[in-house]
Design a binder for this molecule. Structure first.
Ligand SMILES: O=C(CO)COP(=O)(O)O
Length: 251
């Protein structure tokens, strides 16, 4: 089955109103130059501004986090999925390694956020990945299996059918040291196989993105992997030209 290619940007805690406007106008001028689907995930406060800038471009908009509860209420500082939808999001990143490491998001929190996203009509882009110490201890597959299995244990099949999975090795994030195309493809094949043990049809249809130091000059080689369906791009997504160069490297 052919899966569509998705190039997703994660701005993390970067950007400004001026940066949003510059990005959106450059994308609006040039979004037709790639066949890949494009998504940009910006800080909460810039979502509506980016939505206005990207209107009519076909580029999708996402957030980087959401509350693990859907019902509004006394959750100071939280933002729920319905608010994200109303602001123009179609997607939301869930379980990024920075949130797992710095904000204590456990596999159960990630599973709850996946469900909350789907309940609000959002596509969750769920991140998994091993640290350098785990890879060096030959534990990458065990760690990834535990992260994926937790989703299957805690989420409904119809919710899992909506998700995109992003493999982001922690040692490759923001380091300039991407996984090699062979390493990325090997893990993606492993992840697809692991999902197939639960649901072969879902394994075949699920988009698997690679993230970690994806740049215009390494993107084409990474995308050559048969199980690599796109990228989750951090630093290189902050500027429209490098983001679009990555998208144009997609097959
Ligand atoms: O964490 C990432 C995207 O979510 C990857 O970040 P970099 O592309 O900056 O390495």
């Amino acid at each position: 089955m052919s899966r569509r290619t998705l190039i997703a940007g994660n701005w993390k805690m970067n950007g400004s109103a001026a940066a949003v406007d510059a990005f959106a106008s450059a994308i609006a001028a040039d979004a037709g130059s790639t066949d890949a689907d494009l998504l940009v995930c910006v800080p909460f406060v810039y979502i509506e501004r980016m939505a206005r800038g990207l209107a009519g471009t076909g580029v999708a908009l996402g957030a980087q986090n959401l509350a693990d509860v859907g019902e509004p209420g006394a959750y100071t500082g939280e933002v729920n999925g319905a608010m994200l939808r109303e602001s123009g999001c179609t997607h939301v990143i869930v379980g990024h390694s920075e949130r797992r490491a710095m904000y204590g998001e456990t596999d159960s929190v990630v599973a709850a956020k996946l469900e909350a996203a789907v309940a609000a009509g959002l596509v969750p882009v769920v991140c998994v990945g091993e640290t350098l110490a785990e890879r060096e201890a030959d534990r990458a597959e065990a760690v990834l299996s535990a992260q994926v299995d937790a989703l299957f244990e805690q989420c409904r099949p119809e919710s899992l059918a909506r998700m995109v999975l992003a493999y982001e090795p922690v040692w490759a994030i923001g380091t300039g040291r991407s996984a090699s195309p062979e390493q990325a493809q090997a893990i993606h094949a492993f992840l697809r196989g692991r999902i197939a043990q639960q649901d072969a049809t879902l394994a075949n249809s699920m988009q698997l993105l690679y993230g970690g130091s994806v740049k215009p000059d390494n993107a084409a080689a990474l995308f050559a992997g048969a199980d690599v369906d796109g990228a989750l791009v951090g630093g290189a997504s902050l500027k429209a030209d490098s983001f679009l160069d990555i998208a144009r490297a997609a097959p």
